[in-house]
Design a protein around this ligand. Structure first.
Ligand code: ADP
Ligand code: MG
Length: 434
C-alpha cells in the first residue's frame, strides 16, 4: 500500500519515469481501493460508459463486515448485504457523501483543475481520497501508470469535508509564530476552520454561542475557538472567501491526538441517501429509531435532547448530514458523535422551520406536546422518556442561556432574534411536562 499512497500524496517520491514528481491523473484511474485505516475493505471500479461499481473484498466479507464501514451496508440479521448496484455518472451514495458540496466542491475542482473534471465524483474522490471524513481512505489501485505530463508538480490540498459553508481542514502550528496552515500533500489537518459568509452576519459567533450552550447543558461538544482570518497562512486563492469577521475553528473528532483516524458516518450515509436529498430523505423519528436499535436507548434520548435544543434555538439546519455516528476503539460499534454545525438560523431566515419533519410537521411552533408524543410513537421510544428529555432540555437551556458568557460575542440584532425565539418556544415545549 505504502508506495501507492506516497505516489498520490507526496511530491517528493522518486518514480520510474523521467517525471519523478507528477501526481497520478485521476482521469486515467479506473479502480480505487477502499480502506478503513489500513484494512482493505473493497474496490470501486469505473467502467467505460462511466458506471461506478463498489464491491467488498472477500476477506472483509469473511469478517462479517468488521470494523464497520457503514450501517447501510449491513444486513438486518448481521453480516454484509450484497454489493450495491453500479451507478451511472455518480458514486454509490456512501462515497458521494464523502465529497464536499457546493462552494467548497467548486473550489476543490478548481484547485485540481486539469486533473479533476467538474461534476465528476470519481475524479474528485481519487484526488481527495487521502483525507476524507472518518477513517476511510481511497487509493488508486493501478499504482504508477498514467501521469500528468508537463505540469510542475506541486503538493495540493487533498482534504474533503462535506457541507456547504466554505471551510478548510487546517493544521494549528505550535511553536514559533504559531498560525494556521492548510495541509498540503500528505499532511493532515486536525481542526476544521469555518469561514463566515457575508450573507449571514455574526454566523461564527452564533455557532460559537450555540456550541457553548450545548456544552453548558451537558452535551458532548468539540473544543472550539474564534480566530482572525489573518492567522491563516498560505491559503490558495481558490479557497479565499469574500468574508469578513471571525473564523470558527473546531477540533476534529474524527482525528485522534496523534492524527489517527476515527471512523464516522453521517445519517445520509447510514440511510444510503444522496447529499442532494439531505433535507427530505428521512424524518427525525427514523434517526431516533436507528439510534435506539444500533446504538442504545440513551443515545436515542440524547438525540431527542439535541432535537429539542434545535427547536428551542431556532436551528432549521439539522438535516441528515448534521448528525453522525462515531466508531471508537476497534470500530465495531457506533456511538452518537459529538454535536456539530449547530446554529440559530431564525435570525437569517425568519420563517425557517425544522430541516426534517418531526412526526409529520416542520414549523417550530408546531412542536407541541402532541407532536412529541406522535414522534415517540413513530421512533418506538417510550413516550414518558421522550417528554422528560424535552422538558429537561427546556429547563437546562433556560438556566444556561440567559447568562452564558458567549452571548456577548453575538451581534445584538442576531441575539435579539434568538432570544425572542427561545422565549416563544419555551412554553410550547415546557408543556411536555404536563
Ligand atoms: N468537529 C468535527 N469533527 C469532525 N468532523 C466534523 C466536525 N465538524 C464537522 N465535521 C464534518 O464536516 C462536515 C462539515 O461541517 P459542518 O460544520 O457541518 O459545515 P457546514 O456548515 O458547511 O455544513 C460535517 O458534515 C461533518 O461531516
Ligand atoms: Mg453541516
Amino acid at each position: 500500500m505504502a508506495p501507492k499512497m506516497t505516489f498520490l500524496l507526496s511530491s517528493s517520491v522518486p518514480m520510474v519515469t523521467p517525471m519523478p514528481d507528477a501526481p497520478l491523473d485521476p482521469r486515467s484511474i479506473s479502480s480505487l481501493e477502499v480502506l478503513l485505516n489500513d484494512l482493505k475493505v473493497g474496490t470501486i471500479v469505473r467502467t467505460p460508459g462511466d458506471f461506478n461499481a463498489f464491491s467488498f473484498e472477500k476477506s472483509y466479507r469473511q469478517t462479517g463486515g468488521f470494523p464497520v464501514l457503514s450501517l447501510s451496508f449491513r444486513a438486518a440479521h448481521g453480516g454484509l448485504r450484497k454489493d450495491p448496484k453500479p451507478v451511472a455518472r455518480a458514486l454509490p451514495s456512501f462515497f458521494a457523501n464523502l465529497l464536499p458540496e457546493d462552494k467548497l466542491r467548486e473550489a476543490m475542482e478548481k484547485h485540481h483543475s486539469g486533473s479533476v473534471r467538474a461534476g465528476n465524483d470519481f475524479d474528485l474522490l481519487a484526488a481527495l481520497g487521502s483525507d476524507l471524513p472518518g477513517a476511510v481512505r481511497i487509493v488508486p489501485s493501478e499504482g504508477i501508470v498514467a501521469r500528468t505530463e508537463g505540469l510542475t508538480p506541486r503538493p495540493k490540498a487533498r482534504f474533503s469535508l462535506a457541507g456547504v459553508q466554505m471551510k478548510l481542514s487546517v493544521i494549528k502550528n505550535t511553536g514559533k509564530g504559531g498560525g494556521l496552515t492548510i495541509p498540503l500533500g500528505d499532511e493532515q489537518g486536525s481542526y476544521i476552520a469555518k469561514f463566515p459568509s457575508t450573507s449571514f452576519p455574526g454566523v461564527s459567533e452564533n455557532e460559537f454561542a450555540n456550541l457553548a450552550l450545548a456544552e453548558a447543558i451537558g452535551m458532548d461538544v468539540p473544543e472550539r475557538e474564534l480566530v482572525e482570518k489573518s492567522e491563516f497562512e498560505g491559503i490558495p486563492e481558490e479557497f479565499e472567501t469574500l468574508s469578513d469577521g471571525k473564523v470558527l475553528l473546531v477540533k476534529r473528532f474524527d482525528r485522534g491526538a496523534d492524527g489517527e483516524r476515527v471512523h464516522i458516518e453521517d445519517f445520509a450515509q447510514v440511510f444510503g441517501i444522496y447529499p442532494s436529498r439531505k433535507y427530505e430523505g428521512a424524518a427525525y423519528h427514523d434517526i431516533a429509531a436507528a439510534l435506539g436499535v444500533a446504538v442504545s436507548f440513551s443515545a436515542a434520548l440524547e438525540f431527542v435532547r439535541r432535537l429539542a435544543l434545535a427547536v428551542l434555538t431556532g436551528n432549521g439546519d439539522m438535516h441528515l448530514k448534521n448528525w453522525s455516528l462515531i466508531y471508537h476503539g476497534k470500530g465495531d460499534k457506533p456511538a452518537l458523535a459529538p454535536v456539530y454545525d449547530v446554529l440559530s438560523t431564525v435570525p437569517y431566515i425568519p420563517s425557517d422551520a425544522m430541516a426534517l419533519s418531526l412526526a409529520g410537521e416542520r414549523p417550530f411552533k408546531a412542536m407541541n406536546a402532541q407532536r412529541w408524543k406522535a414522534f415517540a410513537h413513530r421512533a418506538r421510544l417510550p413516550e414518558a422518556a421522550v417528554m422528560k428529555a424535552v422538558t429537561e432540555t427546556v429547563e437546562r437551556v433556560n438556566q444556561s442561556w440567559w447568562s452564558l458568557p458567549e452571548r456577548a460575542l453575538v451581534p445584538q440584532k442576531v441575539l435579539e432574534r434568538v432570544d425572542a425565539h427561545i422565549k416563544l418556544m419555551t412554553p410550547i415545549l415546557a408543556a411536555c411536562a404536563d
